[in-house]
Design a protein. Structure first.
Length: 504
């Protein structure tokens, strides 16, 4: 494994950068940074070094109520929802520009918060801007007059698309910018106002997005953000003035939120965990597999919801592919997330680090064969205190093992064998033998055969020979991976409330 020479590392340079929010005592409420009521604070830790580099307020009831009140007042005043969607779309485009103008600081702050390599976070601003610009193109979905004659005659109905109201946006730590923006852009286009709760490990990069929104001239109160615990998140979900909840995070928390929203009859979108599979057909082009492996199967050090961490490999090519995967994974640089060459960073938090090591132990105890990795990474200097686990490949994994069934959310690949003498059916059955249904890939030299297998995978998105998300196509999970979708016009509909006005 190649590790980085710290003397050549840009860490020193970049951590001295003027990150605008290191130790802060404010929330973003009513268009400005407002002093927190709470005196309690939460540390922000650099997972690459284990060092605390910032702190934010742990919001209390007063902070939360102030944020929801600002969002409700702004919604009720109607200045935002009263605009044509096409006018709101212009603000979305301005927000995109302001986010792009902050690309470097967003990237470095995100990398310092959660250890995502800069090679990953360098694209975060462009991606976020792309989401705002995409939703700006959907203004017509809201603005176009939609008059529908009743099929039995006699009258017509004008279908209006109203904003649902104040939306609670709750995000996880793995992509702290994207997973807010994917909710925020359609919510704003729809005419909603929002309260954002970022995940506790990643409360800083989102502040820079708030600055971009303010700089874009978005009227005060449309977008509010409070930092605080999961308990505060629960209060936000249940707040009487919240009309809709959009959540990305773990399945257990998603169930609690769904239960609360069920009781309250409150619409909710849930993007939850996954355990997706790469089905490898016997004719796989190994160079295509090699080129797509890290991004499709271990993106962001294995901390991506849709990645295919289970490789389902034909017996006829099993050892060859195990060797290729091990070679590719062990050859990718692990080290300082702030260095441009880094492919694998640390786990985002100490607790995630411990969870990953526990899964590795369980795999060994259950008899899986560790081909590479399988232990903490031994890095030098200050990185030696970071939460690094070596990228790990287990072969001879059987579908009943814990690492084959449960979401690990770390750099661990499980390679499962299928008997290809009678076709691909067994591989599809293994891929579908999961409670989740989020992503998936098929690797094959025969594009048509790949599409046919993709059709049989019981999941919200499947790629043929690669995986990507498309802002224009719905993204969401089936089964324990969630309810509802984000992206595309379908993702916009979640923020709209329909009204039919009947007339003759
Ligand atoms: P998490 O523990 O479920 O937390 C997600 C967010 O919910 C955080 O902001 C968290 O706050 C908050 N929260 C915790 N308990 C809550 C409650 N009872 N009510 C309301 N909010 C609550 O997930 P995570 O550990 O941050 O992220 C990892 C998980 O996200 C993985 O399972 C991954 O698969 C999933 N994920 C899914 C997608 C997708 O699109 N399907 C994308 C990315 C990640 P605190 O941080 O303060 O606890
Ligand atoms: Mg968590």
């Amino acid at each position: 494994m190649s590790t980085l020479n710290l003397e050549n590392s840009p860490r020193t340079v970049r951590t001295e950068l003027d990150i605008p929010y290191r130790h802060v005592d404010t929330h973003f409420i009513g268009g400005q940074w407002v002093q927190a009521h709470a005196s309690e604070r939460a540390d922000v830790v650099d997972p690459a070094t284990g060092q605390v580099w910032g702190s934010v307020p742990r919001g209390n009831d007063d902070d939360l109520n102030a944020a929801v009140a600002a969002a409700k007042d702004a919604f009720d005043a109607g200045a935002w929802s009263g605009l044509e969607a096409a006018e709101r779309a212009q603000y979305l485009n301005r927000i995109a520009d302001e986010i792009e103008a902050r690309a470097d600081i967003l990237s470095w702050t995100n990398s310092l918060e959660n250890g995502s390599p800069v090679a990953e976070t360098a694209g975060a601003a462009a991606n976020a801007a792309g989401i705002f610009r995409y939703f700006a193109t959907l203004a017509h979905v809201i603005d176009e007059e939609d008059v529908r004659p009743a099929p039995r005659g006699g009258f017509s109905s004008t279908v209006k698309r109203d904003p649902v109201g104040v939306c609670a946006l709750i995000a996880p730590w793995n992509f702290p910018i994207n997973l807010v923006v994917i909710k925020l852009a359609p919510a704003l286009l729809a005419g909603c106002t929002v309260v954002i709760k970022p995940a506790s490990p990643t409360p800083v990069s989102i502040r820079i997005v708030m600055d971009a929104i303010a700089a874009a001239g978005v009227p005060a109160g449309m977008v509010n953000m409070v930092t605080g615990s999961g308990q505060m998140g629960d209060k936000l979900v249940r707040h009487p003035d919240v009309a809709k909840v959009a959540f990305t995070g773990s399945t257990p928390v998603g169930r609690k939120i769904a239960a609360a929203c069920g009781e309250l009859l409150r619409p909710v979108t849930l993007e939850l965990g996954g355990k997706s599979s790469a089905v490898i057909l016997p004719d796989v082009d190994v160079e295509v597999l090699r080129a797509n492996l890290v991004r499709s199967c271990l993106r962001n050090t294995g901390q991506t919801c849709y990645i295919s961490t289970r490789l389902i490999v034909p017996t006829s090519r099993y050892e060859e592919i195990v060797q290729l995967v091990a070679e590719e994974i062990s050859g990718a640089a692990q080290g300082d997330p702030l260095a441009e060459a880094t492919v694998f960073g640390p786990c985002a938090t100490e607790s995630q680090y411990n969870t990953v090591l526990e899964y590795i132990d369980s795999a060994k105890a259950e008899g899986a064969r560790c081909v590479t990795g399988g232990e903490p990474a031994d890095l030098a200097g200050e990185l030696g205190q970071g939460f690094f686990v070596k990228p790990t490949v287990f072969a001879d994994v059987t579908p009943d093992m814990r690492i084959a069934r449960e979401e690990i959310f770390g750099p661990v690949i499980s390679m499962i064998k299928y008997d290809d003498s009678s076709g691909v059916e067994e591989a599809i059955a293994i891929a579908n033998n999961t409670e989740f249904g989020l992503g998936g890939i098929v690797f094959t030299a025969d594009e048509e055969a790949g599409r046919a297998v993709a059709e049989k995978i019981d999941s919200g998105s499947v790629g043929v020979n690669f995986f990507a998300s498309n802002h224009a196509a719905p993204f969401g999970g089936r089964h324990d991976s969630g309810m509802g979708v984000e992206y595309g016009p379908e993702g916009l509909h979640a923020y709209l409330s329909y009204k039919s006005i009947h007339h003759r």
